[in-house]
Design a protein around this ligand. Structure first.
Ligand code: TRP
Length: 454
């Protein structure tokens, strides 16, 4: 355990963790659910969920990793009695990471396809009304999806093979600044569009009549997904964090950056949507259909769409890196594999499970077949089970374990290490309150909602 890798710098950890958190959830999902829930008030509720529940759980996860210097399964094992069922929470995290990663790569592949469509001029040569059908074509094309999934998996495996410092940390130090730069360019451009004022109003003027109770729970569920909590990814990254760093400071930074990116992504997208009088509530097709249909009508449209989809790709890539690292660290810690063997093994497994997802838009068994038999294709099933069941379960397990099972002295020390003494007591008390009471109640509410009780 002595020679477990550690991040070289605080910035390395913060950027890697932010890279994990900032993903398709921020740029694709957050804007479209904001659109569907009427903007303003939904955004405000989301901010409360992040601050009150998301960040406290994030801190709990990083704490578990750092205190044990283990990946999820080992972390729970070393903090509980022998044979204790808590280990299952760690195992669930590993399973969830694999489940999400398998279909995440398919969506990342779409981004690459769109970069190519834009760069070759095919996108701009398409009439705006026909742009949505470009997505339909891509979605239904098995070969194209499998090719992109292969490229994306290879890129992710390549980074993880390099290890914590030379792979993950180095990639984050390069990719995240590139990501922020691209985001800034895009938002400055959106700021010049006539729809910018309307977008500001939509996003920041609360209109209670547009938000339903279901929307509140959606905001809560999404705050988990967006921060990458409840599945061991942040735990694993935390296991490489030095005891000299402050958990409250770093996790607040990560949570704030993640939230800022989601808000700025809305400021990139909604001005474009409003400038062309399109529907803010278009749903999941917002990014892959409405946005390109608008972009092709702008001067330099090909450039903006290359930048936008490259941005989305970078976001997806750094998230996938952290997902694969959960599996690989598990293989190294628990099965005593070398990093190389573990990476190739888990890369291959996730790739195999990703293929049916890549075929899910097609006519075959994994697509239309399952869809007709069960109401969801393979991709939708994986997404549904992971987001609605595994994530809340994992979040509940982690928060209850840290808030109620861990011994107070150990927990207080593990939380405080690296934080200036003067702040420790108050931060600890506030964090523990949220984690003890608000987090479990909120998660149980998500469950009741998923089951259909509320
Ligand atoms: N946070 C990622 C996003 O916003 C998605 C995600 C959820 C994730 N859990 C994760 C990414 C764990 C990496 C690791 O898109």
């Amino acid at each position: 355990m002595q020679n477990r890798a550690q991040w070289q710098s605080r910035l390395g950890f913060v950027l890697a963790a932010t890279g994990s958190a900032v993903g398709l959830g921020n740029i694709w999902k957050f804007p479209y659910i904001t659109g569907m829930n009427g903007g303003g008030l939904f955004v405000l509720v989301y901010l409360f969920c992040i601050a009150g529940v998301g960040i406290p759980i994030l801190a709990a996860e990083v704490l578990l990793g750092r205190a044990t210097a283990q990946s999820p399964v080992g972390a729970f094992r070393s903090l509980s009695r022998e044979g204790s069922p808590w280990v299952l929470v760690g195992g669930l995290g590993v399973l969830t990471a694999g489940t999400i990663l398998s279909y995440y790569g398919v969506v990342a592949g779409w981004c690459l396809d769109y970069v190519l469509l834009s760069a070759t001029g095919r996108l701009t040569a398409t009439a705006p009304d026909d742009v949505p059908s470009l997505f339909g074509e891509l979605y239904a094309d098995p070969a194209r999806n499998v090719v992109w999934l292969t490229v994306f998996t290879a890129a992710t495996v390549w980074v993880i093979l390099g290890g914590v410092r030379k792979g993950v940390e180095r990639a984050s130090l390069i990719l995240m600044p590139l990501f922020f730069l691209t985001l800034v360019i895009l938002v400055v451009h959106s700021g010049t569009l006539p729809g910018f004022g309307e977008a500001l109003d939509f996003l920041f003027t609360p209109r209670p009549e547009n938000l339903s109770p279901a929307g509140v729970l959606e905001a809560l569920g999404h705050s988990f997904f967006s921060l990458s909590v409840a599945m061991g990814a942040m735990l694993t990254y935390g296991s490489y964090l030095s005891k000299k760093e402050s958990i409250p400071v770093t996790t607040l930074t990560v949570g704030t950056l993640d939230t800022l990116v989601a808000l700025v992504a809305c400021l990139v997208l909604f001005p474009i949507i409003f400038t062309f009088g399109m529907e803010a509530s278009a749903g999941p097709g917002l990014v892959f259909m409405s946005i390109p249909a608008a972009l092709v009508q702008l001067p330099l449209g090909a450039l903006w769409s290359i930048l936008f989809f490259a941005l989305l790709f970078l976001a997806a890539w750094t998230s996938a890196i952290s997902l694969l690292e959960v599996l690989v660290a598990y293989g190294i810690d628990e099965w005593k594999l070398s990093r190389k063997v573990s990476t190739l093994l888990f890369g291959a497994i996730v790739y195999l499970f990703g293929i049916p997802s890549a075929l899910s838009g097609g006519e075959g068994f994994f697509g239309k077949g399952l869809q007709e038999a069960t109401g969801r294709n393979w991709f939708d099933w994986f997404d549904y089970v992971a987001s609605n069941w595994f994530l809340p379960l994992g979040g509940l397990g982690i928060s209850i374990f840290v808030a109620w099972k861990l011994e107070d002295g150990l927990r207080r020390a593990a939380f405080g290490e690296g934080t200036p003494e003067a702040w420790q007591a108050r931060l600890y008390a506030g964090w523990l309150m949220l984690l003890r009471y608000l987090a479990p109640v909120a998660i149980v509410a998500i469950f009741l909602h998923v089951i259909g009780v509320i």
